[in-house]
Design a protein around this ligand. Structure first.
Ligand code: G6P
Length: 623
């Protein structure tokens, strides 16, 4: 949520800042801005409302060859999406510019105190409070000829050390000062910052994606750390410990993976990448000789995992839906009781947890604030924690005891698609792994591994329905209410289908277990409320078919997602989208494909901005 970039080196800073902001736009796109320092040591700021393209137009009209600058793309928390509220913000009389990710919870009190001291606020943001607090500290130190070392970076570092404990909440900060035109200062608590070390240049960003193609040498700033970054140096200080050593890691970052290519939208590109992204999730992890998946990073021995009495799966949004799929998987395959908890609830619930409970946090970004907090809370209680995560090196991946990376590649579209199917795949493999430690036979394990291997091809086939789905979308695009219904493994699929439609086309949609629909949602059914039934082959098919008949008896149009060869459903449903027949534990991965396509086409037909739906952000780093 919100994206930060910074650059210091021989390039024109604005070029990198704009490119970086474009790559981070998925984190927020209400407004954007940059701040640079010119040869006269003045800070110059450019801001605009709306997408990065608007900022880019403004910047191209300027001639700004500064080699140092910071930038920000905003998802509004405090204050509307206006130019005044856009970052970077100036502190005091313009001696510093700051960009901030996160939320300062005690900003109202701090703001009042600063107003009483004579500070003027031009924005409604919590960030401007930080700008003035730092200004105040810096001025005090300069006025007192700080330790005889005035105008060195120490003044800024010591000021940050004093301001950081005053702030309650989360922050990732980048700051430039007119006093130190050679340096970017950064500080972190709870909001990630990644520093890229180049050849006589440095980059900083709120995740690694802007650095791809510029450097593969990465330093992750940790909580309570402050960094001073100049063209040729990087120094990291701990708020309470002084200067500390920092690890430089080599990361594989592929800038082409984030390119749109021939697709009109990232969402469509990512939907079509799924055969490959799913394959990448299981590649090298299926051991046919032992009939088990294998994982390199669980950091829990088979002996420890065998003892698991309960699994708690926690997540937000789409990842919460894959957690629901995980519930069926672990219970059916590994015979382990599972609870699925919204991370935002789990973090504050005082639910009794028994020993030998394993917490699994599922997250695409690895940065979702509630998921991180829920994981920390369960870790604090002494439970083993695993992250099922897409972004390598993200905060949740680093915080967990171990985990499974999805390897789905960067997901840019705000509506999650390929990360979801990779999460379902990773959970299916983990369930089989734990099942093989307990009750699943060698023979059954081998069969399931073969079935996993066949998923990419099935997804490929499901994608062939794209043009048929586009026609169906045309037929129903004017409807303002949809029901999505499914049972057992496909109940979460129904929830996910409904969420996809809501997110990107702003149509009201409800996902329900199909039998439960009789307890309320059936009252919504009329000729303008389509019901999407997810009903591939399986033991529950007949029951779902009865629910479908109940809808038809009340005049509701029905779109069915059914297994190839199901002629019966074609006689009753208004439209049928066929998917390949699948073993039930893998069905959610394939049955969601037509639902992703349906929401995509409806959103396009309704003129919605598919990759940047209103009010949403890809990565929610605030509570
Ligand atoms: C936001 C995104 C969703 C995502 C959710 C959880 O709401 O828009 O697509 O599912 O956050 O994100 P995570 O990165 O933890 O999976």
């Amino acid at each position: 949520m919100c994206g930060i970039v910074g650059y210091v080196g021989p390039r024109i800073a604005q070029d990198f800042l704009l490119e970086g902001l474009r790559r981070l736009e998925y984190r927020g796109y209400d407004s954007a801005g940059t701040a640079t320092i010119d040869r006269q040591c003045n800070i110059s700021i450019t801001k605009s409302v709306g997408p990065i393209a608007n900022l880019s137009n403004k910047i191209s009209a300027e001639s700004n060859d500064s080699g140092i600058g910071i930038g920000h793309t905003r998802w509004a928390t405090h204050g509307a999406a206006t130019v005044k509220n856009a970052h970077p913000h100036l502190g005091g009389d313009g001696c510093l510019a700051i960009a901030h990710n996160g939320v300062i919870e005690n900003y109202a009190d701090l703001r009042q105190q600063l107003i009483e001291k004579g500070y003027r606020f031009v924005s409604e943001t919590d960030t401007e409070v930080i700008a003035h607090l730092i200004t105040e500290q810096v001025r005090n130190k300069i006025d007192s000829d700080f330790n005889g070392s005035a105008h060195t970076h120490d003044i800024a570092i010591e000021s940050l050390k004093e301001v950081m404990p005053m702030l309650r909440g989360t922050f990732g900060l980048v700051i430039i000062f007119k006093y130190w035109p050679d340096a970017i200062f950064a500080a972190r608590l709870g909001s990630p910052l990644v520093i890229g070390v180049g050849d006589n240049e440095h980059f900083i960003a709120s995740d690694a994606s802007p650095l791809a193609g510029f450097t593969d040498q990465i330093v992750y700033l940790a909580d309570h750390q402050i960094a001073v970054i100049t063209q040729g140096s990087l120094e990291v200080t701990h708020r309470d410990q002084g200067v500390i050593a920092h690890d430089v890691r080599t990361m594989e970052l592929d800038s082409n993976q984030s390119a749109l290519g021939d697709y009109e939208h990232y969402m469509l590109k990512e939907i079509f990448e799924q055969p490959e992204s799913i394959r990448n999730t299981f590649r090298g992890r299926l051991n046919t000789d032992d009939a088990t998946p294998i994982f390199g990073g669980l950091n829990l021995s088979p002996q420890d995992l065998r003892k698991t009495k309960r699994i708690v799966l926690t997540a937000c949004g789409t990842s919460w839906h894959s957690a629901l799929v995980g519930e069926y998987l672990f219970e059916e395959i590994a015979n382990i009781p599972v609870e699925v908890e919204y991370a935002s609830e789990l973090r504050y619930r005082n639910s009794p947890t028994e020993a030998d409970t394993v917490l699994m946090a599922i997250t695409q970004s690895g940065e979702t604030a509630d998921t991180l907090a829920a994981l920390k809370e369960m870790k604090r209680k002494g439970h083993a924690t695993l992250a099922i995560c897409n972004v390598v090196g993200s905060s949740i991946a680093q915080e967990a005891d171990g985990g499974v990376y999805l390897h789905a590649g960067p997901e840019i579209g705000v509506a999650s698609t390929k990360a979801y199917t990779s999460q379902c795949m990773a959970l299916a493999m983990l369930a089989l792994y734990m099942g093989r430690l307990r009750n699943v036979s060698y023979d059954a394990g081998r069969r399931m591994i073969q079935q996993i291997n066949a998923v990419p091809e099935a997804v490929e086939k499901a994608l062939q329905a794209n043009s048929q789905v586009a026609e169906i979308a045309q037929k129903y695009q004017a409807c303002n209410n949809f029901l999505y219904l499914g049972r057992h493994y496909n109940f979460p699929t129904a929830l996910e289908g409904a969420l996809k439609l809501k997110e990107i086309s702003y149509i009201h949609a409800e996902g329900y277990p199909s039998a439960e629909m009789k307890h309320g949602p059936i009252a919504l059914v009329d000729e303008n409320t389509p019901s999407v039934f997810v009903m591939p082959n399986g033991f529950i098919y007949e029951k779902v078919m009865s629910n479908l008949e109940e809808i038809k008896a009340r005049g509701g149009p029905v779109i069915a997602i059914a297994a190839e060869g199901d002629t019966r459903v074609a006689e009753i449903a208004d439209d049928v989208i066929y998917i390949p027949e699948m073993p039930e534990f893998l069905q959610p991965i394939v049955s969601v494909i037509p639902l992703q396509l349906l929401s995509y086409h409806i959103a396009v037909l309704r003129g919605c901005d598919v990759d940047k739906p209103r009010n949403l952000a890809k990565s929610v780093t605030v509570e």
